[in-house]
Design a protein. Sequence first.
Length: 194
Amino acid sequence: MRRRDFISLIGSAAAMCPLAARAQQPPRPVIAFINSGTADGSARNAAAFRKGLNETGYDEGQNVTVEYYWLEGQYERLSVLTADLVRRQVAVIATPGNTAASLAAKAATATIPIIFGVGDDPVKLGLVTNFARPGGNATGVNFFAQAVTSKRLALLHELLPKARRVAVVGQSRQYTKYRDHLERGERNRPRHRL
């Protein structure tokens, strides 16, 4: 073999080493991020999620892949979506601020980690067994939004004692839950009716 051919062969092999090493890297873990809104309406939530990932050493596109699912209020899509995520064995299902998605994910898998953010009590919802030791595959944050609804009404009554009517603005899907909590708070104040 001539010297030039030998040097070309070694040079080609050296150039190919990084490509071969890159091809042998394991695939990046996939995080499924499920949001009830739209991409535009929930841009701040997605940005905060990415920031949290970065702060814990996960860089989207570098060492983790995030797949965003925007329900756009179409909750009937949840069972098909979560079944597909389980079938593909994503690494984590994140459902921040979405009780319906958290429950659908919990119903779909007992092995894939679920990270939730809910306003209701996660123990009563069946997401975890208790606060101290959640058990199972779900963990997350409880915002206690439902629990403080009647307390908010009591505070409003203290601020505006002559108020006879209170309007509640929100998603129709959440209305029944909030109305129940408000009415429970009102039972202690029979002179005011919602």
